[in-house]
Design a protein around this ligand. Structure first.
Ligand code: AMP
Length: 220
């Protein structure tokens, strides 16, 4: 099945900047931002059946089932804004999900896997000061005016600390990354579509590095 012309996966530990960079890519190239974490958090906030089912897993920093997220992604690709393709943020998280994605998009449907690299100490530092808008997902530092006032500058939504940005949940997610998600790097490297950028730079510098990669591969 071909679901779009340009699909890419953004991989990285939590706090590496996946959400921010994915949003920028989507705006620049008119792609759908497909963030399984955002979809799940929105469901929790809205108190839907799905939200009630996954709330405790999200709060603890664990992973929800492959079947559930695979279906969310499949449905998300059917939406109008995904016609040109999508930037996958937080999916796939393991080899099983990567295989499901390959089945959904077809053998050559995924053009690139971008890995935003960041050491664990920096992940800890960044996440403990991260605040996020509950409505639109825009992230702030705890010292930013929007975080201090608690009101998002983009949409006016509430700016809060994520329940899984607490030390125990952060460590659990780092462990899961090493065990389940890191193997995706060699999975995509073998397919010749892996590119790594340094996440320990300003948002603009990381975005520039990503655009350089896209150009060098002739993708834009
Ligand atoms: P994220 O915003 O990507 O860090 O995701 C937040 C939480 O949503 C994760 O800690 C998981 O509980 C859940 N989640 C998001 N994406 C996935 C996925 N691909 N597979 C399983 N669980 C996921």
């Amino acid at each position: 099945m071909t679901t779009g012309q340009f699909n890419l996966v953004v991989l990285g530990k939590q706090g590496a900047g996946k959400g921010t960079q994915s949003q920028r890519l989507c705006e620049k190239y008119s792609l759908a931002h497909i963030s399984t974490g955002d979809i799940l958090r929105a469901a929790v906030q809205a108190g839907t059946t799905l939200g009630l089912e996954v709330k405790s897993v999200l709060d603890s920093g664990g992973l929800v089932s492959d079947d559930l997220v695979n279906k969310l992604v499949e449905d998300r690709f059917k939406e109008e804004d995904a016609k040109r393709g999508g930037v996958l943020d937080g999916f796939p998280r393991n080899i099983g999900q990567a295989e499901a994605l390959e089945e959904l998009l077809g053998a050559n449907g995924l053009k690139l896997c971008l890995y935003i690299e960041l050491p664990n100490e920096l992940v800890m530092q960044r996440l403990s000061s991260r605040r996020v808008c509950q409505e639109c997902g825009t992230t702030y530092k705890d010292t930013d005016p929007a975080a201090i006032s608690g009101t998002c500058e983009v949409c006016g939504g509430d700016v809060v600390q994520r329940s899984d940005d607490q030390p125990e949940a952060i460590q659990k997610r780092l462990d899961i990354f090493e065990r389940d998600t890191a193997p995706l790097l060699s999975f995509y490297e073998k397919k010749g579509i892996l590119e790594t950028v340094n996440g320990d730079e300003s948002v603009d510098a990381v975005a520039d590095a990503i655009n350089a990669v896209l150009s060098s591969r002739g993708l834009v």
